[in-house]
Design a protein. Structure first.
Length: 466
């Protein structure tokens, strides 16, 4: 049987446990799922730290020779094994041919990013000419907003979630101020309903319908960094554009995590970093997207030499031959050492598809959810037992691979105890532990190990409480 073919993760787990004659919580289920995982070979393409290599591990509590449980791809993806190879190739080329490296080799420095933009376009569901690899995420967001946000007396607002990632919030706030507007009037911040953690799509659509005539830009995350909510980008795009708004997304937590169809959905613009699920290393080369329908009508407010058509760029006549669309937003020669690790990771993505990764991801995260609910749901009959509450959407179609967890115990203490036991995840204030089993390199056994380690951490913390 194909363990992935069932209407829900729970049904897959029940089928497998029945087949094996064991409990759905047994480690035998994890081993079976790993054995039948068609993507398991991709794990071999990455370097996974040993427990002893993590600076937070306590080797009196855990075996240092084991691979760590790495559930932090939502913050920083693991290093592809070929990253070092490609970096050393370029350093060697620099050492041996100097300036000639600009136009020679498999990644000529003068257009190194061009060699991999097609690979990135496949991941975000775009045409190659709609994607540019350049700068950092927030720089790209500023460049895009300078073009797409043109406030008028009537249409001056930018709609975004109330708890947007800080860099998005600051970028929007400063763009509004730059255009002489008041953020208190022009930042339309949307909060969940009282007592709820995530935004309802229907509420987003109703707000767009109500306020759309005053909204210049609708800009949400693709996947919300704190809750892990996957927004219905296609529906939001359609609703915003119907009201005459430009619609864009920060896809930092969506790219490489969920299936994106930026072109087919008609998204006006998008940007993303590449060091989370795309594994390019901290500060890696970011991406930007502008739909082809805007290629001739929306122009960059700031121009640089690298936005000039390559065919005429070196005539040096200072007569701008601007590339259409997102290509014209390039400012400078991209750092070739940042192209290398991104290239290494994108090649791994090219060995599979986002459809296949997403299929595994639904089951992998669903397995984690199932085990948490089995062991750590709140039990009124045992009020002293530590419990875990999942704030991410329960519907697998409305989230990526990340589950955001809150605890009945102090979260900082739980996080510290997990780190001491060789788990890499991250904590976000005020009260969330973000855990992201990533389908490229995480296994079902990783998930089962995490649940076991979590039990040890919660038990230890409970014993320390007065």
């Amino acid at each position: 049987m194909d363990p992935f073919d069932a209407p829900s993760p729970r049904e897959v787990l029940e089928r497998v446990s029945t087949l094996l004659g064991c409990s759905p919580t047994s480690s035998e289920v994890a081993l079976y799922l790993d054995k039948h995982d068609e993507l398991k070979h991709l794990r071999e393409k990455f370097l996974i730290p040993k427990v002893a290599e993590l600076p937070t591990s306590d080797l009196t509590l855990v075996d240092g020779t084991k691979e760590c449980i790495y559930f932090a791809g939502n913050s920083l993806g693991l290093q592809p094994k070929m990253a070092k190879v490609y970096i050393e190739e370029e350093l060697d080329k620099w050492a041996k041919m100097g300036v000639h490296g600009h136009v020679r080799g498999s990644r000529p420095w003068a257009w190194a990013e061009d060699t991999i933009e097609g690979l990135m376009a496949n991941i975000v569901g775009a045409k190659e000419e709609e994607v540019a690899l350049m700068n950092g995420l927030t720089v790209n967001l500023h460049l895009l907003l300078l073009s797409f946000y043109n406030p008028t007396a009537k249409r001056h607002k930018i709609l975004l979630e109330d708890k947007a990632f800080p860099s998005d919030h600051y970028a929007v706030e400063s763009q509004i101020q730059l255009r002489g507007q008041n953020p208190e009037q022009s930042m339309l911040l949307m909060k969940p309903r009282p007592g709820e953690e995530v935004l309802r799509t229907q509420d987003i659509l109703e707000l767009i319908e109500q306020e759309g005539d005053s909204i210049a830009v609708v800009m949400f995350s693709g996947v919300q960094y704190y809750t892990g909510q996957l927004f219905d980008m296609a529906t939001i795009t359609k609703a915003g554009q119907k009201k005459g708004c430009y619609v864009g997304f920060d896809c930092a937590h969506a790219v490489g995590n969920v299936e994106l169809k930026l072109h087919d959905w008609g998204v006006d613009f998008a940007c993303w970093c590449s060091y989370k699920y795309v594994n390019s290393g901290a500060g890696g080369l970011a991406g930007a997207f502008i739909h082809e329908k805007n290629a001739q009508t929306v122009k960059p407010a700031l121009k640089g030499w690298w936005g000039h058509n390559l065919k005429t760029r070196f005539r040096m006549d200072n007569k701008m031959d601007l590339l259409p669309g997102v290509g014209g937003y390039r400012l400078s020669n991209q750092p070739f050492l940042l192209v290398c690790p991104l290239h290494a990771s994108l090649e791994v993505f090219a060995m599979t598809s986002m459809t296949a990764l997403r299929k595994k991801s639904r089951l992998l995260t669903g397995y984690l959810e199932f085990l948490i609910q089995q062991y750590y749901s709140k039990d009124d009959a045992q009020p002293q037992r530590p419990s875990v509450f999942i704030i991410s959407p329960w519907n697998p179609e409305e989230r990526g691979c990340q589950l955001s967890l809150s605890f009945s115990l102090p979260i900082a203490a739980v996080f510290e105890d997990l780190e001491r036991r060789g788990v890499a995840c991250d904590m976000r204030e005020p009260n969330v532990l973000r855990v992201a089993p990533t389908p490229l390199y995480n296994s079902f056994s990783d998930v089962h190990r995490f649940i076991t380690v979590l039990g040890s951490a919660l038990a230890a913390r409970r014993q320390q409480q007065p």
